[in-house]
Design a protein around this ligand. Structure first.
Ligand SMILES: Cc1cc2nc3c(=O)[nH]c(=O)nc-3n(C[C@H](O)[C@H](O)[C@H](O)COP(=O)(O)OP(=O)(O)OC[C@H]3O[C@@H](n4cnc5c(N)ncnc54)[C@H](O)[C@@H]3O)c2cc1C
Ligand code: SF4
Ligand code: SF4
Ligand code: SF4
Length: 386
């Protein structure tokens, strides 16, 4: 076995790594830090399983949502500490209450963001918040299968390509006790890029926490309002409080928000559409109408209910959240990644050829500046043309 799938289609989902019983596959970082499978031909017996289950080689079952809700958890402290409306945390609680296990992405060690298993309420904080980097799957799918076969309920939360990876690994077998949640996804930078950026703020032996968005309250006169702010928010062991850096001043957030630093597969993502691969889909409900009755400065989740299992869970659970049914097109309109993949910027190839030969910050800002410069020239020409 040489290649499992075309390199530009490989999402790094790690389904192939999980399926290979001969341990012939290792997920190795390329020069930009993105992981790709590498096969050890001395161990491979050419059984073809990795190729057979790889989502990039096969049709993936995508379904249209049946219902759409705007939702936010009721507990204000909980809401403040979640990425958006907190529905991933709420669904996780329901599964734990049913003696189940939850699999999701932990940024507790931000230099090694990866999927973990949680089965206690007290550990759910480890999964909260959006980590804007590719989460390492490791042998998570094997652990999920183990739980499923023991009859435990399982909730798996991840990017759509990770949910598709899990389905592929399970040979698309229907498990009644498995619930999947796919997050609407913009694209992912690599862990190496994130670690390179961390180095600009602290030494490699210092512990550091990083967040990419936070909920802030601003007061103007007697009016207090809340909103979600994007940026590079970090706190080392020597600091009392988080320090915030504007996206335009931070290389990682500039690169992320300008779609410059994603894995190549993200620009042709087959999951960036309204048909979904998870039982539930969660997104930020941008563009939610005021008539929905949410003060959405703190973040409201768009919850898409895609399958019978999701309908059943939503109906049977006593949800500790406020929710209102909305038209799916409302969520679709406000959210580009429910329509098309992120667009590859003109300077993507230039950035990738510069990094890592030039340091991360230099590579990002020189590509961004060139882009801005070209745009300015374009506008100037338009202006001069009259
Ligand atoms: C890389 C990335 C890009 C995104 N792009 C968009 C977008 O373009 N449009 C949009 O509407 N929403 C996007 N989201 C989703 C959004 O930011 C929220 O994560 C989502 O709405 C869930 O919010 P919540 O309050 O329910 O999450 P919380 O209750 O705070 O829980 C967070 C959940 O997200 C999971 N998670 C966090 N980081 C990752 C990761 N790196 N990989 C896999 N799972 C992760 C955790 O496992 C956890 O279950 C993106 C998320 C990520 C991670
Ligand atoms: S299974 Fe996933 S990681 Fe493996 S080759 Fe296919 S897309 Fe890449
Ligand atoms: S062909 Fe079989 S043995 Fe070889 S890498 Fe793929 S799964 Fe492993
Ligand atoms: S954009 Fe698509 S391919 Fe990229 S991480 Fe998100 S779901 Fe996976």
């Amino acid at each position: 076995m040489d290649n499992i799938c075309e390199r530009i289609k490989c999402t790094g989902c790690s389904a192939c790594f999980n399926i290979c019983s001969k341990h012939a596959i290792r997920m190795l970082e390329d020069q930009h830090g993105f992981v790709y499978p590498q096969i050890d031909s001395t161990l491979c017996i050419d059984c073809g399983l990795c190729k057979k289950i790889c989502p990039a080689n096969n049709p993936v079952k995508l379904v249209y949502p049946t219902t759409c809700y705007a939702a936010a958890v009721a507990d204000q402290n909980e809401h403040a500490t979640c990425a958006s409306g907190g529905l991933a945390t709420e669904l996780s609680k329901i599964i734990i209450n049913r003696n189940g296990a939850v699999y999701g992405c932990s940024g507790n060690d931000i230099r090694n963001v990866h999927h973990i298993r949680v089965e206690k309420h007290i550990d759910l904080h480890l999964l909260k918040g959006s980590k804007y980097v590719q989460s390492h799957i490791g042998s998570t799918y094997q652990a999920v299968k183990n739980d499923l076969e023991l009859g435990r309920m399982v909730l798996f939360v991840g990017t759509p390509c990770q949910v598709a990876g899990l389905h592929g690994y399970l040979f698309h077998k229907e498990f009644k006790n498995l619930i999947t949640v796919d997050l609407v996804c913009h694209g992912v930078p690599s862990q190496k890029m994130l670690n390179d950026n961390i180095q600009y703020y602290c030494s490699s032996d210092e512990t550091v926490e990083v967040a990419f968005r936070r909920k802030v309250t601003s007061v103007a006169g007697r009016e207090a309002s809340e909103h979600i702010e994007y940026g590079w928010f970090y706190k080392t062991s020597h600091m009392k409080n988080y320090c915030g850096v504007k996206p335009s001043k931070d290389a990682y957030m500039s690169g992320f928000l300008n779609m410059l630093i994603f894995r190549e597969s993200c620009y042709n993502c087959r999951y960036a559409c309204i048909a979904r691969c998870g039982d539930f889909t969660l997104a930020d409900f941008w563009g939610l109408g005021q008539d929905a009755g949410f003060a959405n400065g703190r973040g409201v989740s768009a919850v898409l209910i895609n399958t019978e299992k999701a309908i059943e869970l939503w109906k049977s659970a006593s949800l500790n959240c406020k929710y209102a049914e909305r038209d799916t097109t409302e969520a679709l309109k406000g959210n580009g990644r429910l329509q098309t993949p992120s667009k590859m910027p003109r300077n993507y190839r230039r950035f990738m050829s510069m990094y890592p030969h030039k340091d991360f910050k230099t590579a990002v800002f020189s590509c961004m500046n060139r882009e801005k410069y070209k745009q300015r020239i374009h506008y100037l020409k338009m202006f001069l043309k009259g």
